[in-house]
Design a protein around this ligand. Sequence first.
Ligand SMILES: *[C@@H]1O[C@H](CO)[C@@H](O)[C@H](O)[C@H]1NC(C)=O
Ligand SMILES: *[C@@H]1O[C@H](CO)[C@@H](O)[C@H](O)[C@H]1NC(C)=O
Ligand SMILES: *[C@@H]1O[C@H](CO)[C@@H](O)[C@H](O)[C@H]1NC(C)=O
Length: 283
Amino acid sequence: MSNPAMSTKEEKPEEQKGNQSSWKDFLYNPRTGEFIGRTASSWALILLFYVVFYGFLAGMFTLTMWVMLQTLDDNTPKYRDRVSNPGLVIRPKFMDIMFNRSDPLKYKQYVQHLESFLQPYNDTEQEKNDLCMYGEYTVQDQEEVKRACQFKRSLLGECSGLVDSSFGYAQGKPCVLVKMNRIIGLKPGGDPTINCTSKRESDLAMEYYPSEGRIDKMYFPYYGKKAHKSYVQPLVAVQLLLTREDYGKELSVECKLRGTDLRNDDDRDKFLGRVTFRVKVTE
Ligand SMILES: *[C@@H]1O[C@H](CO)[C@@H](O)[C@H](O)[C@H]1NC(C)=O
Ligand SMILES: *[C@@H]1O[C@H](CO)[C@@H](O)[C@H](O)[C@H]1NC(C)=O
Ligand SMILES: *[C@@H]1O[C@H](CO)[C@@H](O)[C@H](O)[C@H]1NC(C)=O
């Protein structure tokens, strides 16, 4: 029976037994009252430490957030460019406006785009907005809810889509809407107007709506999406009075913001106060 192989075999269950009891002791030792190697009071202290520690972190975070939020204004973005110069954009939103005036399918996309863009300018909708003083800023810094000044699409005459549902495209005299990007708080000095020119032998004739391409001061300042809910941007419509001689030629048209202190000649930003697009009409 003193076979060494046997003895090792008998030892094995002993070892396992010992392991098990030390594991049990490790989990809970009834002699010392320790639980996973620590006494209950030691565990309680550790728990207390973490509760206080994380509580403190959460408190710090909340306080910092609260202080940060106090410094923010609902209506004005905190960080803005040093100089607020608006860019110009056109509608329909295409850099190349090319179509065959005899083929409605070719200019359909432009007309649809203009029509949907002008929906908020619907006369009946705009009648809910205020009639403001011409030539004066509509300053309303104190009011909680800002009033918006009327801009009816009928102001755009031949380019309103009301007189001519093709916006001039069927006559080969397309309308393009020009607008300034919104900048909160901007009050353009002087009398801003949109002036478009096209390089060709003689100046291309154009018709502006409202007359002289004027952008009235009453639409400024803008107070932001949240406070100024019903605000609509003023528009200038430019109708390019192309003649038969222009058909088939690609014309480049540049529109600039003039008569104001806002920049329109930045070498790096081609859209600051100006916009260029190309037009080609065939028949
Ligand atoms: C313009 O459309 C008309 C009618 O569809 C067609 O007869 C004419 O050839 C087109 N012109 C060009 C330049 O494609
Ligand atoms: C726009 O105005 C016309 C009448 O001028 C009206 O029939 C139409 O329903 C209006 N559209 C919207 C979206 O209010
Ligand atoms: C646009 O600018 C040109 C060049 O300065 C000027 O000759 C023209 O009268 C202006 N047009 C309008 C409508 O202001």
